[in-house]
Ligand binder design. Structure first.
Ligand code: UDP
Length: 240
């Protein structure tokens, strides 16, 4: 099987958990800092970095819609707005470090973010700016994982980096619950669609599979991981 080798342009998918850490809700200062540290290291290593942020830490629409008597579509839009909050927090943390950033949103919120314009996003990347994509795909009934796969393909990313927190790859069982769980270093796209493996939803997996986009599943909290992936080192699990 081929190895990935050194790569330059990547799309980093951060879940809401990368912002909230151990806490149930909101943005944790320590988590925001360590996530920003990893991003900074990747940019300083020469990466062209685009980021898609999740929103589960702000509002998890699918889980609360019914309890609140809110339609799924509305709840999903509320969740997408949550990703905008995360994007702005991440942008602030990165700019604090002197990095150049732009937020592009799939929902129009012109006071705080540029609209998503593919060619403009690519131009930002060429200039060394970190582009943060907010509001997922802009459509309800999708996930930010699907948004990440979609944007990765649109910008011609060399790989989609699926950042996990405290899990360093894909395991045969949940390693947080089963001490005997074993890491799977290499997977096929078909594996992604199997019941036991939950790296991303099937829509996102199908998109990646159709275009042969390499996916790296890794622990973002481990110092140097993003840089090592860029240099072509094998980190976590590779789907390709
Ligand atoms: N969402 C959506 N369309 C999108 C992206 C996200 O409707 O294109 C909604 C959906 O309700 C989703 C929520 O936003 O559950 C938050 O995204 P996700 O669950 O992917 O965030 P994460 O789990 O990565 O924190």
């Amino acid at each position: 099987l081929p190895e990935l080798g050194p790569i330059k342009r990547v799309l980093l998918k951060l879940s809401g958990e990368a912002m909230s850490g151990e806490q149930e809700y909101g943005i944790n200062p320590g988590s925001l800092k360590s996530t920003a540290d990893q991003v900074q290291e990747a940019v300083e290593a020469g990466a062209e970095l685009a980021i898609v942020v999740g929103g589960g830490n702000i509002f998890r629409g699918s889980q609360v819609a019914e309890a609140l008597g809110i339609e799924s579509a509305t709840a999903d839009y509320m969740s997408m707005l949550g990703t905008v909050i995360n994007a702005l927090a991440l942008q602030a943390a990165l700019e604090e470090r002197g990095l150049q950033t732009r937020v592009q949103s799939a929902m129009q919120i012109q006071e705080v973010a540029e609209p998503y314009i593919r060619r403009r996003a690519m131009r930002h990347l060429e200039k060394g700016r970190v582009v943060i994509f907010a509001a997922g795909t802009g459509n309800p009934f999708f996930t930010t994982d699907t948004g990440a796969a979609l944007r990765a393909l649109e910008i011609g990313a060399d790989a989609l980096l699926m950042a996990k927190n405290r899990v360093d790859g894909v395991y045969d069982r949940d390693p947080r619950k089963h001490p005997g769980a074993r890491i799977i270093p290499r997977l096929t796209y078909m594996d992604l669609l199997s019941e036991e493996i939950s790296v991303m939803d099937d829509t996102a997996a199908t998109l990646c599979s159709g275009q042969g986009l390499p996916i790296v599943v890794f622990d973002i909290l481990k110092q140097g991981n993003v840089r090592r992936i860029l240099e072509g080192e094998r980190v976590g699990s590779l789907v390709w």
